[in-house]
Structure formats: C-alpha cells, structure tokens
Design a protein around this ligand. Structure first.
Ligand code: SF4
Length: 484
C-alpha cells in the first residue's frame, strides 16, 4: 500500500484479512532523495506511515515496512519473502506510479479515498462544454444530498462567497491552535529529516480526528468570512489544517463533512462558513482530483503562455526579497510547509505567473514545499489555476493581480518597502508593475477572452506603459538577483 492510503476502511485494506494477507509499505529511497522535499513533508508522510504500521500490527496484520532503492525493489523483496502472491492496492495517486505499478502486475481496487470515483468524474466531464468547478460542485451537493433541502440549497444560495472574502479584521482575537503531542517515533523521524518538531502536525488517525474536532469546535463558525484574508497576526486564521490528513488517508472526506454539517444543523455555525468549507472538500478537492485523471498525463507539461523564466530565488529563501507579502508567505512555508489557499494562489502563484516563471519549475517547487502537495493536487492547481499554462481548460481567466488586491486582502503593504498604489518608479509595488506588464505581454493571447476585456481596456488606458515596461524589466532582473 502507498503512503497516502493510510486508512483501514478504504482501498485494499477494506477487505484485507489479518489471517491471510500481509501488508507491505515501501519507502523508496529514490522518492525521498530524488527531490528537494521540505523536511516537514518528509517527516509527516513517513512518521504517519510508521504509526499506521504500528496500528496495523496491533490489529493482527503481518506488516513489512521496507526501505528499498525503489518501490519495485521493495515489492521484489516482499515477494522474495512471501512468494509470488497477488499484489493488491488502491489505484495509485499519480499517473506515473499507476503506470509503473501496473507494469509490475499490481491489481487495483477502486481508490475510494475520494467521494467521486475517477469513472464517475469522467462521466460528468464528458457532458460538460466547459469544466466549471461551480457546476460540478452543485451536482455534488445534489448527488450526495449535502446542504440540500427539497432540491434547493440550504439557506437559499449555493454559494456564499459574497458574504465571505472579508479583508483581515482589526482588533480580532484568533482562537489558539491545537498543539499535537509527539512521541518517540515522531522524534526519531523528525531527527532523521532535520525537522524541528513543534506540534503543528499530527501523525496518527487519533491526532487527525482531534484536529477535526478542534476545528469544528473553535474555528468553523469564523472560517468563511476570513478564509481569503492574509495577515501576519496569525498564520492559519480559521483554516482547518485538515488537508494533510485527507491527502494521506488518515481522514476521509465523508467523515470530515459530517460534523461540519451537524454543526450547521445544531445552529453552531452559520451557513456561509459551513458552505464554504463543504465546497472546498466536496467541490474543489474532488474536482481537482477528477480533472487530474480526466486530463491525462500530458497535461502536466502544458505551457500555454510560453513561460520560460527561472524560479526566482526568493522561493527558496525568504530573505531574497524586499516584498513584504512574499517574504512573509515564503517564511511561513519555510517554517511549516503550509499556508492557506490565498497566499498560495494570490501571492506565490501570482508571482510565478506574472514573472513568466516556467510552470513546471514552479510546479516542482510547490510539490516539494507543501505538506499536502500530492501530485494529483498540484498538477491541476499549478498548471491550470496558478499559471494558466493549460490554455484555459480549468479556469476561464488567469489569476493575475496587482498590488491593489493584495493591499485590500493583506496587512503587509503597510510595512513594505514598496507602495501598492504605484506601478512605475523605484518604489512601485512589483506586483502592480508586473501585473500590467503581464497583460501587455499576453494581450494578443487574451484578446478573444471576454472575461479579460475589462483588464485589457484598462491596459489601453495606461499612459505610462512604455515606462512601466522598462521598470518591469528592472523588477524581473532584481527578482532574479534577489534584490527587489
Ligand atoms: Fe506586496 Fe506590493 Fe504590498 Fe509590498 S506593496 S506588500 S510587494 S503587494
């Protein structure tokens, strides 16, 4: 079984019998050493798997946790011990692993760690002219019977974004986060990967369930309004911090949704917060996984805007910029391999997009640096949503934004070396300069996109475009040198 299928009631383990089946987990040296993984990610995945092995053993399973040069070498070692028995696993989570292990002869059972099978999603996608997530999400609500009353959305609306998306609040007390206890196994794995334990991440199902309870009790009600805000006063705001456990199997989407909907039914959380959370789990998460499989392996290599720039050094060192927002978000990633979806999309991805950074270079970085960055998550998110490298298959327009948006949604501009209201000159916000430069570079590509017309009209009205484009070159050079 894979390190992201750590669930006794799903996948191949659902029908496994301790009397007749052996469970094998392979820790592939090639996987661990092949990339510049964040120590938190390695710690989390490996320690969770080791704890899961211990749990399986207490249930009477024969388990082997094998460290081998590659997954196939590990499976060969298991076969040498147990004989040529059939190898059964839940469908692999990446195209590459699915192909590799299919060639090895693995028998697949459906990957039911999601609410939507790959086949079901494919059937939905085949009926769509465009793959609008909101349409998928509404169909999910009806199919799964969640927050739907007599065929109508609970509270009267399918989407409460208009009530949410508030800027960071002033004079607000963020509730404390749950600090997880860590054991000797955690300490040993953390030491192996050079990770400083701080209790942020649990590595057991018990800890993951405690995180879920804590979120529902202390954060769910406030989740919606501030889900898009960015502040340095608190790094997780009201976000659930559940994605790592959903993505490695310790929690299932079904059990995460139930207490959230119960809280709404009991009047403990408003519909705007509950609906926003449900959308992330049954909408976005399932949609991204479905699209990853539907769009196929080649989708990963998309580069529709011909972006060839190198990854700016700030992505690997938060001190390599004077841009306060970028500095803070990268520092958060350095500290714990996590930031919420808006810093990911509107700071990191926006920067990669408008600097013309190569999508695959940015994808590699995102895969390596985030604790929850499975291949199926990051490929559609980066190629489709973040960098518009798929020619608009997922998103009808690119998520490019200048300093005005960030000034509204963050508190960073007040303490920044740059001015979000300026687009030219030495003090101009690099996001503002690069935003307009990005539009100018790609105005032909977006000319027929009706959702970009307002922005392109704005570009036409700029009287300082020649000056701005000179400044944009300076900004790109400065980012490459780590001096902007
Ligand atoms: Fe970020 Fe620009 Fe604001 Fe500075 S001024 S914090 S670079 S958005």
């Amino acid at each position: 079984m894979a390190h992201d299928h750590l669930n006794l009631t799903r996948g191949a383990l659902k029908t496994a019998n301790p009397a007749t089946d052996a469970v094998v987990l392979v820790e592939s040296q090639r996987m661990i050493e092949g990339r510049n993984w964040h120590p938190a990610r390695l710690f989390f995945l490996i320690s969770s798997a080791r704890h899961f092995v211990a749990e399986l053993e207490t249930k009477g399973f024969t388990v082997r946790y094998l460290q081998a040069p590659t997954t196939v070498d590990g499976l060969d070692a298991a076969r040498a011990e147990f004989g040529p028995l059939p190898v059964v696993a839940a469908e692999a989570s990446s195209h590459r692993q699915l192909a590799q292990l299919s060639a090895y002869g693995v028998t697949w059972v459906e990957n039911d760690l999601f609410l939507t099978s790959r086949r079901h999603f494919g059937m939905w996608a085949e009926t769509q002219k465009t793959f609008v997530m909101e349409n998928f999400y509404r169909a999910q609500r009806v199919r799964l019977g969640l927050l739907v009353e007599n065929g109508k959305p609970a509270g009267g609306s399918w989407n409460y974004d208009a009530d949410n998306r508030l800027p960071p609040p002033k004079h607000y007390s963020w509730p404390e986060r749950l600090v997880h206890q860590q054991d000797d196994l955690d300490r040993a794995v953390a030491e192996r990967f050079g990770y400083q334990l701080d209790g942020t991440w649990a590595t057991t199902r018990e800890g993951a369930l405690a995180q879920l309870d804590y979120f529902v009790e202390h954060h769910l009600a406030g989740f919606g309004p501030y889900e898009d805000a960015i502040t340095s006063e608190d790094w997780s705001l009201h976000h659930s911090l559940l994605s790592p456990y959903l993505n490695n199997g310790l929690l299932h989407a079904d059990e995460v949704i139930k207490p959230v909907i119960r809280a709404y039914a009991e009047g403990k959380a408003p519909i705007a917060s509950v609906e926003a959370f449900v959308r992330q789990v049954i909408g976005w998460r399932e949609y991204i996984n479905g699209m990853y499989w539907y769009l196929g392996e080649g989708y990963r290599e998309g580069n529709g805007l011909n972006a060839t720039g190198a990854l700016p050094p700030v992505f690997n060192d938060s001190t390599k910029t004077k841009m306060r927002c970028v500095q803070q978000v990268v520092a958060d990633v350095e500290a714990r391999a996590w930031t919420h979806h808006i810093p990911r999309l509107m700071v990191l991805s926006n920067l990669a997009l408008i600097t013309g950074t190569n999508p695959q270079a940015f994808l590699d970085w995102m895969r390596e640096q985030f604790i929850d960055a499975s291949e199926w998550v990051m490929v559609p998110n980066v190629i489709g949503m973040a960098t518009h490298a798929d020619g608009g298959k997922l998103m009808t327009k690119p998520y490019a934004a200048g300093g005005a948006y960030l000034n509204r949604m963050t508190i960073h501009c007040k303490s920044c070396a740059y001015d979000p209201k300026l687009r030219v000159g030495d003090n101009a916000c690099p996001f503002s300069t690069l935003y307009w430069d990005f539009l100018a570079r790609h105005q032909e590509a977006f000319a027929k996109n009706h959702r970009m017309q307002q922005q392109l009209q704005g570009l036409k009205r700029l009287t300082d475009l020649p000056e701005l484009r000179v400044r944009a070159r300076e900004v790109l050079d400065g980012l490459a040198a780590g001096t902007i």
